[in-house]
Design a protein around this ligand. Structure first.
Ligand code: DGY
Length: 421
């Protein structure tokens, strides 16, 4: 009998394109940054060398300034838009011009913990590249105190309500004609709308127009918002990278400095009126005023607060299956539209990692139980309706299979492994 574990492994193997894994065939035919790091974590449950290969391939596309791009276009595929010609970064291999949530150090630490001897040479070789990427975040994105994004796609939570106020300032009226491909692969009602895409393209066109000069994009670009989600991920990643470095005998003073600065900057994204961490438009200082799953990633960085926990429990209790990506008690909530309400196994797992580190086993167990139910009922989909568990987005999804194998499956053990470096 085929088990869910067998299916999850088959999905990872099936999405393997040789050294890298696509998120899902059709909808996402290239290597995506944070998807790939989760793929590595998934592979680590049954093929550790392949897990390290995935991270190596990801970092092989690192830019000279340290950025690791959000998409690597290894082989042209007409089924995706916007492709390499639209981004026009001039890099080989072709890449996009923005980054994505820096989960790699967090997951590399967990992967290394599975077999310290086997992984030592691999993590030692990867360490300088990870540090260079973290330095890029510190230098180009953390000037305001928290981590900022220059395009909603950089957040990984593409169209979540956090970005609405920043998106409203972007002029998408002059981007010209284009044909979307995503809506040919999945139900358009589960994807971002046309007005969103016009603005996404306007931001890409600005970046391309200035030769992807990151300092210029931060200074003059159409969109710059502080992102609680990336801030917490980066903070945890700095701590994990420092732990890896110490275990390797490296000097980690610089990394500890970035972590201390970022922790001090958390005050800049605490919205007292909301009683939660909140995205902030860095062009005018305005808070988004919306509660989303990015704020709950605070647990990952040990930055949770009692007021935030009240919001977590309220919004979680208002749905049935995992943590909703937007507040289910607000008017903007849409239970099936991409990041405007659905429950994402990958975000549930990151929050669970934080709950585990913070000594909250009951909450972690609840999240795991609900995530497991989503996958066993609906299959390995990209995301799910948190009210009735309807599977949404792409099928046979790499990171959902990875989360199953590493955490949600009964065979994954009762709790998440925790780095011991
Ligand atoms: C997409 O094409 O929807 C991606 O999320 C962009 O990274």
């Amino acid at each position: 009998m085929t088990t869910h574990d067998d299916t999850a492994r088959a999905i990872l193997r099936g999405n393997d394109r040789g050294g890298y894994t696509v998120p899902t065939a059709g909808l996402y035919p290239y290597q995506w940054n944070w998807d790939s790091a989760f793929a590595a974590w998934g592979f680590s449950t049954f093929d550790l060398p392949r897990a390290w290969d995935e991270l190596d391939t990801l970092f092989s596309a690192q830019w000279d300034d340290g950025m690791v791009p959000h998409i690597i276009f290894h082989r042209d595929d007409p089924g995706y838009f916007p492709g390499p010609d639209v981004w026009g970064t001039g890099h080989v291999p072709a890449t996009s011009g923005i980054s994505q949530p820096p989960v790699a150090a967090i997951l590399a630490r967990l992967i290394w913990d599975r077999d310290r001897d086997l992984g030592e040479a691999r993590i030692r070789a990867l360490f300088p590249a990870l540090r260079a990427w973290h330095r890029w975040w510190a230098e180009y994105r953390c000037g305001s105190g928290a981590a900022a994004i220059t395009h909603p796609w950089e957040s990984g939570r593409d169209n979540c309500p956090d970005w609405d106020i920043g998106m409203a300032d972007v002029d998408g009226s002059n981007v010209g004609d284009y044909t979307r491909r995503d809506t040919g692969h999945v139900d358009p009602s589960m994807r971002p709308g046309k007005a969103d895409y016009d603005r996404y393209l306007a931001m890409v066109q600005f970046g391309r127009g200035c030769g992807w000069d990151q300092a210029r994009i931060v200074r003059d670009g159409p969109f710059l918002m502080a992102d609680p989600g990336i801030t917490f991920i980066l903070l945890r990643a700095h701590d994990d990278l420092a732990a890896i470095g110490r275990a390797l005998g490296e000097d980690v003073t610089e990394i500890e400095g970035w972590a201390a600065d970022l922790r001090a900057g958390l005050e800049t994204i605490w919205n007292p009126a909301l009683g939660a961490y909140d995205a902030r438009n860095l062009r005018d200082g305005e808070f988004a005023g919306v509660l989303g799953s990015g704020a709950f990633l605070a647990y990952l960085a040990g930055a949770e607060r009692p007021e935030l926990e009240q919001h977590l429990l309220r919004s979680w209790d208002a749905v049935k299956f995992g943590i909703p990506s937007a507040d289910p008690e607000s008017a903007i909530f849409e239970s099936r539209r991409y990041w405007r309400g659905p429950s994402w196994p990958v975000v549930n797992a990151l929050i669970a990692l934080g709950l585990h580190s913070g000594g909250r086993p009951e909450l972690e167990a609840r999240l795991r139980r609900e995530t497991r139910e989503l996958i066993t009922r609906g299959g390995f989909y990209e995301y799910f309706d948190p009210l009735d568990a309807t599977p949404c987005g792409g099928a046979d999804f790499t990171w959902t299979a990875a989360i199953w194998l590493t955490w949600a499956s009964p065979s994954a053990g009762e709790t998440l492994a925790q780095g011991a470096a």
